[in-house]
Design a protein. Structure first.
Length: 270
């Protein structure tokens, strides 16, 4: 089960990386994903990031006092809520209480990064992955065995210096920043998604034609849904969206495209 872990800032990143390493020890069926760099607010979503979101079944937002209003984290939270049910978007709070979470993030069910809160997070994850869900008693046993290692990491992160510059900004500055972000996103949406909508039908044909070379058949509505999500919601360029979707279905069939000379690719099964 794919878990998308969102972060912004040094302490939040340390939380995300700690969770990425720790979660599979408790629930082996999970596949946590953490972006490798803190992407600037307003930057176009990369196909790789969009592809991860397509496969996501649950999202974790690593929140600290200094990133409660970080535009990019708010942006990722909004994107996650469009893809999965909001009950599967879980703010994970370090040094905060649920009452500290305001604005858009307050719609999600937050848990505190301590023993009881972390156990609730694991129970949510276990409930989502129905096919591989662990019995409650076994989950508790494994959690109790591995919790001390995560607890130590969280304590170290909590004791590390916080960069509170962003948290001390005035309300007016915060509103202005978010307004500028929304305006930038609106301008990009108008300039890129509307023309691309005209080519959705052609894009579906391109994807199906390429997949047919590998005897892969996918319903039109499934391809259309992924195209619209990439092109409209995430504003991925049409050609990159097509390539991302083709690669997704090839991977589903265990097919990899190995680069050859001249920029071409050769297909091989795993």
């Amino acid at each position: 089960m794919k878990i998308f872990i969102s972060w912004s800032g040094p302490r939040s990143k340390a939380m995300a990386e700690a969770l990425k390493e720790w979660l599979p020890n408790v629930i082996q069926a999970v596949d946590p994903w953490v972006s490798s760099s803190d992407i600037d607010a307003g930057m176009r979503w990369t196909p790789a990031l969009a592809e991860q979101l397509q496969q996501t079944q649950l999202g974790i937002l690593c929140l600290t006092a200094e990133n409660l209003n970080a535009p990019w984290l708010l942006f990722e939270a909004g994107a996650l809520s469009k893809i999965i049910d909001k009950t599967r978007v879980c703010p994970y709070l370090l040094g905060l209480e649920p009452t500290d979470v305001m604005g858009p993030l307050s719609q999600f069910q937050a848990v505190v990064a301590e023993k009881d809160g972390t156990k609730k997070l694991l129970q949510t994850i276990n409930h989502v992955q129905i096919e591989n869900a662990l019995p409650e008693d076994r989950l508790n046993t494994i959690f109790n065995a591995f919790w001390p290692s995560l607890e130590q990491n969280l304590t170290d992160i909590s004791n590390s210096p916080a960069q509170i510059k962003e948290a001390k900004r005035t309300l007016e500055n915060k509103v202005d920043e978010i307004l500028n972000l929304v305006r930038a996103q609106s301008r990009e949406l108008l300039s890129t998604s509307q023309p691309d909508l005209l080519f959705i039908s052609d894009s579906i044909d391109e994807v199906k034609n390429e997949l047919s070379k590998f005897a892969i058949e996918v319903p039109n509505d499934a391809i259309e849904s992924r195209l619209k999500k990439l092109i409209i919601d995430f504003r991925v360029p049409r050609t990159e969206a097509i390539r991302s979707i083709i690669n997704y279905y090839l991977k589903e069939e265990g097919i990899e495209l190995a680069p050859e000379q001249g920029g071409r690719h050769k297909a091989s099964r795993k």
